[in-house]
Design a protein around this ligand. Sequence first.
Ligand SMILES: *Cc1c(COP(=O)(O)O)cnc(C)c1O
Length: 432
Amino acid sequence: MTEERSPRSAALYARACRVIPGGVNSPVRAFRAVGGTPLFIARGAGAQVFDVDGRAYLDFVGSWGPLIAGHAHPTVVAAVTEALGRGMTYGAPCAAEVELAERIVAAYPAVEQVRLVSSGTEAVMSAIRVARAFTQRDLIVKFAGCYHGHADHLLVAAGSGLATFGRPSSAGVPEPFIACTRVLPLDEEAAVEELFVREGARIAAVIIEPVPANHGLLPQRRAFLQTLRKLTQQHGALLIFDEVISGFRLGRGGAAERLGIAPDLATFGKVIGGGMPVGAFGGARRVMARLAPDGDTYQAGTLSGNPVAMTAGLATLDLLSREAGWERLEALGAELEQMLQPVISAAPFPVHLVRVGSLFWLSLHGAGAPRTAATLTAAESARFAALFHAMLDRRIYLPPSAYEACFLSLAHGPSELTRLAEALRESLTAIA
Ligand SMILES: *Cc1c(COP(=O)(O)O)cnc(C)c1O
């Protein structure tokens, strides 16, 4: 498929496979869930990416979240170019990191202090360490279907049924490393209550994506999240919102603002780097004070607070504020829903559109859009693979996995939505 679509991508992939495991530096890029081989991208502009053969695709991946302003936004590029001329890293404090920290603190009431890191994984890993230090407890609770990066103690798959003892979801993670992690199903207050009755005094933190967006899009009932808030408070545990996707995407104040629930700690990434590697974690001053150099909890990074990356993040957040970005993205999302609804209701098999702000997911679950981490049947997965390739043939670039959400950006507008709807109508018919 890729051979005909993009011969140069196929050639690069063959070269890549010799020197990079699986030919990619992050597994989902390899197209394993949909078959075929990946497109190599030479350039992005606005809502489009161009493969190395020069073919343009309308992009709904947005680099998996960071590109809320679209590819190569001129304002962001200009700011970054200017910053580059002043050097790429100092290993000493700079003004831009203070500005980005101030921006996050001003936007997110639960965050009084924030530390900047270089990825979402690092942000979560560090947030958990400081939560454990602060509470002087070891257990952490996560939910099946939520992704929090690839730190050892979070690579845990749910046990069978409602069992809270998970097993490593990756080779190379020793059982003892996950002995302090509990995994619960989403959407089930009773399971959380039961766990707190049993082990509440040992729980350091409950971590959740407040709008889970890494196993499809699984918006939770507000009451479920309120239960987490209440139980953690009652038992002296911390509530961590992993807002690496939702932070500064679902509004200035992220999912916390949308839901009206304040966590104790929050993690950020993706949008706050505007396409550069940036993560952050923050919370109440009394918790963050545990971090070195003031406190006893070690955390560091050679490139943390990198001046060029800070500049990309700041330029992106400025743009969002100046151009009423969040309001525009919400309106765009609503328009997308209106345009896709007639297409998917005429689909020859079940398709459900789930949308929260500028995030959306085409769920192919026959039983309807789930609220927990349900698995697609083999037939449903095969349908997604066919749909993905039919869309790619029509020059629409969707995430190459049935479980990944799609992203809208400020570079998308009515004409892009029309193209998406048309291509979807044709593709659904073509693969029926
Ligand atoms: C992407 C993501 C991470 C990990 O971030 P990286 O920058 O890929 O390490 C963590 N949590 C959530 C919710 C994410 O979506």
